[in-house]
Design a protein around this ligand. Structure first.
Ligand code: ATP
Ligand code: MG
Length: 437
């Protein structure tokens, strides 16, 4: 497609990406903008980032840019760093020859462990995941090259894997999650042949390094499409291998509290993202793992005779550790998630001055948000407790004093409804503590 038949203008490409493209081009290398950057501009969306591909090797790239860092083990890549903006520059990837063991390597399931064979643009295109991601914008003549029908699929709104789907998923099972993510993000359909093997291959996700999975999960759930992604992951069996403990509880009670909680968390995460409010993995993981935690705590209490509080403390370590086998949650999020869990117990016994003390806890706001979701998921006793706290949080000083003296035990308090009726609605107290860290 030449420059007159598409509407990508250089104004839509970031200045830094253009700088990189021009420098490579002027030094005699081929240079293309590739992937999401081209795709999103053609769809009228604002690209999240710009990726560049070239026939220069990583070492050659490094010589051209002072602000260059070489990264990556699976693929060696160059990062050109402009302050907080990073342009990723990859060298054309090639096919895997039979004797290329030291530069490309796969495991028994067919997963690629290393992929540092260099090639030409056609080969590079075949190594990409979906046709809509194999679009190249050529800086030398401003034309767009598409491979495997990428432009047609873009117009037909089809997510289509390049090559044989089963082989491509075995090479990299994360492509199954990417199919889902692009379908919801771009409002496209996963083409039938691309969708067909996903259900049976979904268990392969269990073997992906937990650190990579952490990043993928952020992209799935923190970009405004959590509900749609969650639903589609469940339909394809992609949720279970990532969150086995949660799926365990949901399978046992398909209409139970955990199932409801998952839907509520996804909904509220989308709402927050779409209102530009901060979201944090600490709250997200605390909320979705709450019912597996409860179940584990109950089991421990029953087996050991420990009081519930101690049983829960023990369960917290177990549940978090188990989750981190598939998704490595950084400590700066798992530690506050545990605080959020412990506060759920303290909410139960917080009459009088204790309630005021709890308000001061740094994780109060996040824990309170979880209590509200639990109230919605469970109804009954928890819903009553949630509304006791809501009245307390939203009340002014005088109202809080009255509420604090009343019992927050379910059914224990006649004054509460009176206070609630009288209470004037105020905007939520304090700024949300659920900020990203
Ligand atoms: P976005 O940045 O909006 O999530 P993107 O398409 O740019 O979407 P990236 O993860 O930034 O996705 O990857 C850039 C490009 O690299 C992709 O468009 C695709 O061509 C290629 N790519 C990325 N991950 C894979 C993969 N697992 N297998 C094959 N090709 C991939
Ligand atoms: Mg990208």
């Amino acid at each position: 497609m030449n420059r007159d038949s598409h509407d990508i203008s250089r104004r839509q490409i970031s200045e830094n990406a253009l700088k990189v493209l021009y420098r490579l081009h002027k030094s005699g290398f081929k240079a293309y903008l590739v992937g999401g950057g081209v795709r999103d501009i053609l769809l009228g969306l604002e690209p999240k980032d710009f990726d560049v591909v070239t026939n220069a090797t990583p070492d050659e790239i490094k010589k051209l840019f002072r602000n260059c860092r070489l990264v990556g083990r699976r693929f060696r890549l160059a990062h050109i760093v402009f302050g907080r903006d990073v342009i990723e520059v990859a060298t054309f990837r090639g096919h895997h020859g039979e004797n290329s063991d030291n530069i490309s390597k796969s495991n028994a399931e067919g997963r690629l462990l290393r992929d540092n064979v260099y090639g030409e643009i056609d080969e590079d295109a075949e190594r990409r995941d979906f046709t809509v991601n194999a679009l190249y914008y050529d800086i030398s003549d401003f034309s767009i090259r598409s491979y495997g029908g990428g432009i047609d699929d873009l117009h037909a709104r089809k997510i289509k894997l390049i090559g044989d789907p089963e082989t491509r998923y075995r090479e990299d099972p994360v492509r199954m999650l990417r199919a889902v993510r692009f379908a919801t993000k771009l409002d496209m359909q996963i083409e039938a042949i691309t969708a067909a093997p996903i259900k049976s291959l979904a268990p392969l996700l269990a073997d992906i390094p937990a650190a990579r999975m952490y990043e993928e999960v952020l992209k799935l759930f923190f970009a405004g499409k959590a509900q749609a992604n969650y639903q589609m992951m469940q339909d394809f069996g992609l949720f279970a291998p990532l969150f086995p403990q949660i799926q365990g509880v949901i399978s046992e009670f398909p209409k139970g509290h955990a199932a409801k909680m998952l839907n509520l968390v996804m909904r509220s995460t989308d709402e927050r993202v779409n209102q530009d409010k901060p979201v944090t993995p600490a709250f997200f993981y605390a909320a979705i793992l709450w019912y597996p935690l409860k179940q584990r705590a109950d089991d421990i209490a029953l087996e050991s005779g420990l009081p519930l509080y101690d049983a829960q403390v023990a369960a917290m370590g177990d549940v978090m550790e188990e989750q981190c086998r598939t998704i490595s949650i950084p400590r700066r999020f798992s530690t506050p998630a545990k605080d959020i869990w412990l506060l759920q117990i303290r909410f139960e016994r917080s009459q009088g001055t204790r309630a005021f003390k709890l308000l001061e806890h740094p994780k109060f706001r996040a824990a309170y948000d979880l209590l509200l979701l639990r109230g919605e998921a469970e109804g009954g006793h928890t819903a009553k407790q949630a509304s006791w706290w809501q009245a307390f949080v939203e009340g002014d000083e005088a109202q809080r004093n009255v509420i604090a003296k009343s019992s927050n035990k379910a059914g224990g308090n006649r004054n509460r409804s009176a206070t609630q009726r009288k209470r004037k609605r105020k905007p939520a107290a304090k700024s949300p503590d659920t900020s990203a860290e």
